[in-house]
Design a protein around this ligand. Structure first.
Ligand code: FAD
Ligand code: FES
Ligand code: MG
Length: 265
């Protein structure tokens, strides 16, 4: 059982939870994640560790409610307990200082886990431009938080109700056309990452995608998170979650994600 030490809402659907987990706090690096179960019979969901405080023995999670379990989690309050928090899992993000711009783009469920990556690249001294994409104005999240830890935030909405009208790829392409970009990091729906990857491949911009496959055990045993990268089988939970986007077989990933949709219903 892990106690929630504090909770703060960023918007109705996004909350920051500070959770007691001293061993995880000590061991984690940027990019690691945990698998959380809200109650004994509940399902397990993966969440990126946004930050940690070794002295306080806590980790911070930024949770966007998109379905049952993530909603249950942000409905918990300070003083409540989470059934279990397992981690740190996955490989740490490779952070380095580039000569030119790092573009970090996210949409949907990818915006929350993008936050600590933006922060880590910025702290390492990089110029970081964030492109946030959403269908419409009300779905834009974490804009203020991103502004605080980056050099520029570009908002793209499908309907043009806020920021610029267009898809995330348009925002990324505009940046590539106006300044030298050394790295692109993308997190979001698989279809979004697929098109970002196609775009940056055209411009020869190295790109990292943080993949959000379904996960169950998080230890490489269940096979739920299996994908193909550069023709080889990989498990997102132990080999990832970050991969060279240009090598990821997004079509296969999309097919597998869709095959779970029926089960989720
Ligand atoms: P559901 O209604 O069950 O599902 C909504 C969608 O979420 C599904 O279509 C599916 O794409 C995805 N999903 C559902 N169950 C799982 C599962 N067991 N594993 C993975 N994806 C699932 N979200 C955040 O808000 N903050 C984070 O920091 C964060 N970090 C992540 C890090 C990793 C490595 C991964 C793989 C995902 C991360 N996510 C994060 C996404 C988060 O895990 C899903 O939003 C969550 O699992 C949704 O579960 P649900 O029951 O609330 O929604
Ligand atoms: Fe089970 Fe990766 S989550 S193998
Ligand atoms: Mg679920």
């Amino acid at each position: 059982m892990n106690k929630i030490v504090s909770k703060e809402y960023f918007s109705d659907k996004v909350a920051k939870l500070v959770v007691e987990a001293p061993l995880i706090a000590k061991a984690r690096k940027a990019g690691h994640f945990v698998i959380v179960r809200t109650k004994e019979k509940g399902e397990r969901i993966p969440l990126t560790i946004a930050s940690s405080d070794i002295d306080a023995g806590t980790i911070t999670l930024v949770v966007q409610a998109v379905g049952k379990t993530s909603q249950e989690l942000i409905d918990l309050n300070e003083g409540d307990f989470i059934q279990d928090v397992v981690g740190p899992l996955g490989k740490a993000t490779h952070i380095e200082k580039y000569d030119n711009t790092v573009v970090c783009c996210g949409g949907g469920v990818g915006v929350a886990p993008l936050l600590p990556i933006v922060e880590a690249f910025h702290k390492a001294g990089n110029r970081v431009v964030v492109v946030l994409a959403a269908r419409t104005k009300d779905l834009v999240i974490l804009e203020d938080e991103m502004r605080k830890i980056s050099d520029e935030v570009i908002i793209m909405t499908d309907d043009g109700s806020y920021g610029n009208k267009g898809l995330v790829t348009q925002g990324v392409e505009d940046v590539i056309n106006r300044e030298k970009v050394d790295l692109c990091v993308t997190i979001g729906p698989a279809i979004m990452m697929k098109f970002v990857s196609k775009l940056t491949e055209k411009y020869n911009v190295p790109t990292v995608a943080s993949l959000n496959t379904i996960m169950v055990d998080g230890t490489g045993m269940c096979g739920a998170c299996r994908i193909t990268v550069g023709g080889k089988t990989k498990f997102v939970c132990v080999d990832g979650p970050e991969f060279d986007a240009h090598q990821v077989d997004f079509d296969e990933m999309l097919m597998r994600l869709n095959s779970y949709k029926e089960l989720e219903k």
